[in-house]
Design a protein around this ligand. Structure first.
Ligand SMILES: [Fe+2]
Length: 284
């Protein structure tokens, strides 16, 4: 997401947003009760969710909110540009927040030996499934943030385990499993207030539908749905990626494996939504 301050006067700001396809912007009710916020869509297609209600907007659409009462989530279905108008000064802290967010995503990707585009791919595919499942605004924001930072806890795993070329010993694997707990704690830390909303996804993305996952062995719908989505996308990505100890599966083989594990390792609702959108993954 790119943001630019177009103009400001007496606390009122006009901020241009550019979102790539499946880019997401979320905002929560303001602290002040009488803030006016509005959006004017200049190009592209936006999917906007307020609480549980969703609308699709095309160019020229105008949305005004006085005041925002509940979480709002905007997803670009096509690359989009819109002007966001607010009656309170937020641009400076907002810009710092966006920059910090991107910088952290890059740091985690480097630590894990991946590229930033890998993390962004997991985020984007997860949001595609979340839209298909009509998640609430809160859960979509949680999914997007949690998917991007799901492996943030690996920052605290020693490099010799994280980058070991062969399979891990049981003791090493026990240490590796801790990245879920470390991730939850890092995202809940007061140092990163903008990451709190994704912490449950980081904590639960290795839980499995049949209870065979970690760290808690949660089962079925005990697992937070956005975390169950990241579980499928992360597994699919691992199956189709080059790893030191396995040849990558073809896209078809990976899809078949996910389908076979529906209701076993993976939530059936998520697998059904995944199967509906997986053919469009590479087009985005
Ligand atoms: Fe992980």
């Amino acid at each position: 997401m790119t943001i630019t301050l177009l103009g400001s006067y007496d606390g009122v700001e006009l901020i241009r947003h550019e979102l790539k396809r499946y880019g997401l912007m979320g905002f929560n009710p303001p602290a002040a009760p009488d803030v006016f916020e509005g959006i004017i869509l200049t190009s592209g297609v936006l999917r906007i969710t307020y609480g549980d209600h969703t609308e699709i907007l095309g160019p020229g659409s105008v949305v005004s909110m006085v005041p925002v009462q509940e979480a709002v989530c905007i997803v670009a279905l096509e690359q989009a540009e819109f002007v966001y108008l607010t009656s309170t000064s937020i641009f400076k802290s907002y810009k710092e927040w966006v920059e910090k967010f991107h910088q952290m995503a890059n740091e985690i990707a480097m630590k894990d030996g991946y590229t930033a585009s890998h993390c962004e791919r997991i985020r984007k595919y997860s949001v595609m499934i979340g839209c298909q499942l009509n998640l609430s605004a809160h859960d979509l924001i949680s999914l997007s943030c949690g998917a991007l930072f799901h492996d943030i806890g690996k920052i605290q795993i020693p490099d010799e385990i994280l980058r070991k070329p062969g399979r891990l010993t049981p003791e090493e694997f026990d240490i590796m499993k801790m990245h879920t707990i470390y991730g939850r704690d890092l995202m809940n830390s007061p140092v990163h207030p903008f990451l709190h909303i994704g912490s449950t996804v980081a904590e639960q993305h290795h839980e499995r539908y049949d209870g065979s996952g970690y760290p808690y062995g949660l089962k079925g719908e005990e697992i937070y749905l956005p975390a169950a989505i990241v579980a499928v996308v992360d597994s699919y990505d691992a199956m189709t990626s080059n790893r030191p100890y396995q040849r990558p599966k073809s896209k078809r083989e990976a899809i078949e494996e996910i389908r076979t594990l529906r209701g076993k390792l993976y939530d059936p609702r998520v697998v059904d939504a995944f199967l509906k959108v997986v053919d469009t993954f590479e087009d985005t």
